[in-house]
Design a protein around this ligand. Sequence first.
Ligand SMILES: [Zn+2]
Length: 324
Amino acid sequence: MSAVSTDSAGATASQQAEDDDAGSRASAPLRLMAVHAHPDDESSKGAATMARYAREGVEVLVVTLTGGERGDILNKAMERPEIRADLAAVRRAEMARAREILGVRQEFLGFTDSGLPEGDPLPPLPEGCFALQPLETAARPLVRAVREFRPQVILGYDENGGYPHPDHVKCHQVTIEAFEAAGDPDRYPDCGQPWQPAKLYYFATFHKARLTALHEEMLRRGLKSPYEDWLKEWVDDPDKPGPDITTRVPCADFFDIRDQALLAHATQIDPEGSWFAIPRDVQRAAWPTEDFHLARSVVDTEKPEDDLFAGVRHIVSSTSGRSG
Ligand SMILES: [Zn+2]
């Protein structure tokens, strides 16, 4: 498995090296793609990690499957008629600001937000929305984006979507589809030159170990923990164990940037809300990483990892070196 994958990653990296000016070898050909359902998701999952890698010279691209048209206004201060009138445009502007703060590129892939159905029984999903698209239709723009951007590492959602929003679950499905199909010349032949990404990770953001560490650090400092009830009511379900964390990326120096990017999504994020209930120095002390589950890999890597590009860097740099 690893011999085959090294060949394919090596071949593509060598193509990249040819594209590069030999003198600019230092400009890293490492590329990271994060796949998200809505504008604002990129700032609440893995944002400090992206900010860190971007500043280390990695090319980072966020792809956002939908425009977030059906998101609610979750910040009372933004509940104004002119904002309601064109929420899609407002959310695009918010996304542009967040992208600038994070220092990454971003593209919308053009699907329509499915909304979060509420009620009992749940209402049907709105016609034409992302979650109702057949898999191939829903995955096609992502396959094309993967083949164009050629990321070695992709970040996405687990099979539960991280939380049960139909767009997040669909997002998981298309991410798997793109990871598996993008390198196969027989699949999606009209979507560009094949490219096999090396690794696929799932975000692991709200897991029990992290919440517990933050909670305990708050108590230790005599502060009120916002996770008291959450942890008290937490049921450990043996059929649904928490994420198997394979990778912890140190990124505490970028928590400020993450928070600024979140705040840029002003209609979605209440500055008084739970996102900011834990002071940043508590976060830095208690849990200075963002965490991931390595779901697929075509390269050899040793777990636990502290780098999303573990097992990838030497392939990319040795191939670049040959051409320089
Ligand atoms: Zn979302």
